[in-house]
Design a protein around this ligand. Structure first.
Ligand SMILES: Cc1cc2nc3c(=O)[nH]c(=O)nc-3n(C[C@H](O)[C@H](O)[C@H](O)COP(=O)(O)OP(=O)(O)OC[C@H]3O[C@@H](n4cnc5c(N)ncnc54)[C@H](O)[C@@H]3O)c2cc1C
Ligand code: FES
Length: 281
C-alpha cells in the first residue's frame, strides 16, 4: 500500500542566514544556515524547498534533503548542476536563505531497527548524516553505510556520515577503484545485508533499481527497505502535480507528498527508469 500523504501542518516558510559554506572535494558543498523552525522539526529523509535569489530566473524553489541539524542550524549538501544550484553554492556567510519545510515523508524509524544498512550513491549521501544520528540515538547498535561514487573525489567523506560516532562503519566503493572496493556500491549489498532489519538508500534511479534487484535475492529479505526518490518538483506540497512517479501496480504517486521516501516494493522500477529527465522552470 502506498504511504499516506505527508503532514503539511509542520511546514513553514522561513528566511534564515547562511552561517557556513564548506567546499568538499569533487564539487560538493555543504551549506549551513540558521533556520530554527526547520532545524527543530525536520526528520531524516524530509526535505525543504530552498530559494536564495530574487526575481523569476529560476522561477521555482529547489528541493534539498535536510542533511544535518544542530540547535538552530540546518545543513544541506549539494552541487552545482544548473541555475538554481549554481546560485545556492555561491552563497556566503551572512546571505539570506529562504526555506519551506519540512516537506515529504522521511525514513521510518519506528521501531528503531537493531541493525541498519544505508546505501548511498554520490549526492544521495545528503539525507544520511541525520539518519545515522537518529538511528544511533534511537538505540540502533549496528549502522553500516555503504558509500559509492564514480571516483574517490566524488565520495562524500566518511567522517561526515559518522560526525564523531566511531561505532558507525563506512564501507566505500568507487566505479574506477580509486578508493575502497572497485565496482558499484550495490555489489556490496548482498554481503552487508545478511540479518539486517532495515535498509535505507538514496542515489541515482539506476542505482536504486539495482538495489531493488539485489534485495529481491536476499533470504531472508530485510524487514524494511526504503529508498529516497527524486522527481522534478515545482511546489513540493502537492499542487503542481509535476512530481508524479509510477508505483507498482500501475498507480502513480506524488513524490513530494507520498515520498520522497518509499518502500522498495512500492515503486515501478522499469517505469521509473523510462521517465524523461527532470525539467523545472
Ligand atoms: C526530494 C528531493 C531532495 C533532493 N535533495 C538533494 C540534495 O540534498 N542535494 C542535491 O544536490 N540535490 C538534491 N535534489 C536534486 C536537486 O533538487 C536538483 O539537482 C536541483 O533542483 C536542480 O536545480 P537547478 O536549478 O540547479 O538545475 P536545473 O537547471 O533545474 O536542472 C539541471 C539538471 O538537474 C536535473 N534536475 C532538476 N531538478 C531535479 C530534481 N528535482 N531531481 C533530480 N534531478 C533534477 C535536470 O534534469 C537537469 O539535468 C533533491 C531532489 C528532490 C526531489
Ligand atoms: S512538487 Fe508539486 S505536486 Fe509534487
Amino acid at each position: 500500500m502506498i504511504r499516506p500523504l505527508s503532514d503539511l501542518g509542520r511546514a513553514r516558510d522561513e528566511t534564515g542566514e547562511v552561517v557556513a559554506v564548506e567546499a568538499l572535494e569533487g564539487g560538493m558543498v555543504e551549506i549551513t544556515a540558521r533556520l530554527p523552525r526547520l532545524a527543530t522539526t525536520a526528520r531524516p529523509g524530509e526535505f525543504a524547498q530552498l530559494r536564495a535569489w530574487a526575481g523569476v530566473d529560476p522561477l521555482l524553489r529547489r528541493p534539498f534533503s535536510v542533511a544535518w541539524t544542530a540547535g538552530e542550524l540546518c545543513s544541506f549538501v549539494l552541487e552545482a548542476v544548473g541555475a538554481g544550484t549554481r546560485l545556492l553554492v555561491a552563497l556566503r556567510p551572512g546571505d539570506p536563505l529562504q526555506a519551506l519545510g519540512p516537506l515529504g515523508n522521511g525514513f521510518h524509524l519506528d521501531p528503531v531497527p537493531a541493525r541498519a544498512v544505508i546505501v548511498s550513491g554520490g549526492l544521495g549521501c545528503a539525507p544520511f548524516p541525520l539518519l545515522v544520528r537518529e538511528l544511533r540515538q534511537g538505540g540502533c547498535a549496528d549502522v553500516t553505510v555503504l558509500s559509492g561514487a564514480a571516483t574517490a573525489s566524488r565520495l562524500y567523506p566518511a567522517e561526515r556520515f559518522r560526525r564523531g560516532d566511531d561505532a558507525v562503519r563506512v564501507v566505500e566503493a568507487t566505479d574506477d577503484g580509486s578508493q575502497g572496493r572497485r565496482g558499484l556500491v550495490t555489489e556490496l549489498v548482498a554481503g552487508a545485508c545478511e540479518e539486517t532489519a532495515a535498509v535505507y538508500a538514496c542515489g541515482p534511479n539506476p542505482m536504486l533499481a539495482a538495489l531493488a534487484e539485489a534485495l529481491r535475492h536476499l533470504a531472508p529479505p530485510p524487514e524494511r527497505a526504503e529508498v529516497s526518490l527524486e522527481a522534478p518538483m515545482g511546489c513540493g506540497f502537492g499542487t503542481c502535480l509535476g512530481c508524479a512517479l509510477p508505483a507498482a501496480g500501475g498507480e502513480w504517486f506524488l513524490c513530494c507528498r507520498r515520498g520522497p521516501v518509499m518502500e522498495v516494493s512500492q515503486v515501478d522500477w522499469p517505469g521509473l527508469l523510462a521517465l524523461p529527465p527532470a525539467h523545472v522552470a
